[in-house]
Design a protein around this ligand. Structure first.
Ligand code: ADP
Ligand code: ADP
Ligand code: ZN
Length: 214
């Protein structure tokens, strides 16, 4: 089962992708997490990516696409995977479609988690991210058992630099210009499924499971 999560920044893609990956036993591949890990390790890729991420801009397609194509060719992806935060532009989607076609393969589901802009800023300002495993929480909607500590791995939680309201606004603009067109792209391929992302987390999850289990 090859799945893509579509949706605005803060729509709940990461939250749902982790739950789906756990349920179906497939890897969760988040380009945002990969970039943040590279920043932490101080790699060349991390240095380049950070310049764009801090501005709320997208990392250039040529730094992103090969990374994902290499990742999905690894052994643990043979049964499927869930891509979270990729593709984010039409050229990235085309790159993925082509790489998959070369392996006689395709994406089964592109799940669009639909949340209006008004809700996004509220979600982002309360979002806390784990420095260890990348899990995200919300101070009101999805608090951890112990304040400031990850339920999954026990590491510390932070407010991401790019979750400040100014940067969130920029990221939303970028989303509407560059990522939203992917909804039609996957609709035309017959892979699109939509879920109302304003419901509570468990209901969104149940909706997605229903789609995936047919
Ligand atoms: P969110 O979960 O809030 O949508 P991500 O963690 O997916 O944010 O991404 C954080 C930042 O990393 C993005 O704002 C962008 O700068 C960069 N990024 C992540 N994925 C991609 C991608 N597929 N293409 C370009 N930039 C990306
Ligand atoms: P994305 O990966 O799309 O950027 P996240 O999964 O990180 O989004 O979620 C953004 C924020 O909203 C997090 O703080 C998360 O805990 C919270 N959140 C996720 N899903 C819901 C939901 N259905 N209702 C309320 N808050 C949610
Ligand atoms: Zn953690």
């Amino acid at each position: 089962m090859k799945i893509i999560m579509l949706g605005a920044p803060g729509a709940g893609k990461g939250t749902q992708a982790k739950m789906i990956a756990d349920k179906f036993g497939i890897p969760h591949i988040s380009t945002g997490d990969i970039f943040r890990a590279n920043i932490k390790e101080g790699t060349e890729l991390g240095k380049k990516a950070k310049e764009y991420m801090d501005q709320g801009a997208l990392v250039p397609d040529e730094l992103t696409c090969d990374l994902v194509v290499d990742r999905i060719k690894q052994d643990d992806c043979s049964k499927g995977y869930i891509l979270d935060g990729f593709p984010r532009t039409i050229p990235q989607a085309e790159c993925l479609t082509k790489a998959l076609a070369d392996m006689d393969d395709k994406i089964d589901y592109a799940i669009n988690v639909d949340v209006p802009d008004e809700n996004i800023v509220r979600r982002m300002s309360g979002r806390r991210a784990c420095v260890g495993c990348g899990a995200t929480y919300h101070i009101v909607y999805n608090p951890t058992k112990t304040e400031g500590i990850c339920d999954r791995c026990g590491k510390e939680l932070i407010l991401r630099d790019d979750d400040k309201p100014e940067t969130v606004q920029k990221r939303l603009t970028v989303y509407h210009e560059q990522t939203q067109p992917l909804i039609d792209y996957y609709k035309e391929k017959g892979a699109l499924a939509e879920v109302d992302g304003t419901q509570d987390m468990q209901d969104v999850f149940n909706g997605i499971v229903k789609i995936l289990e047919g």
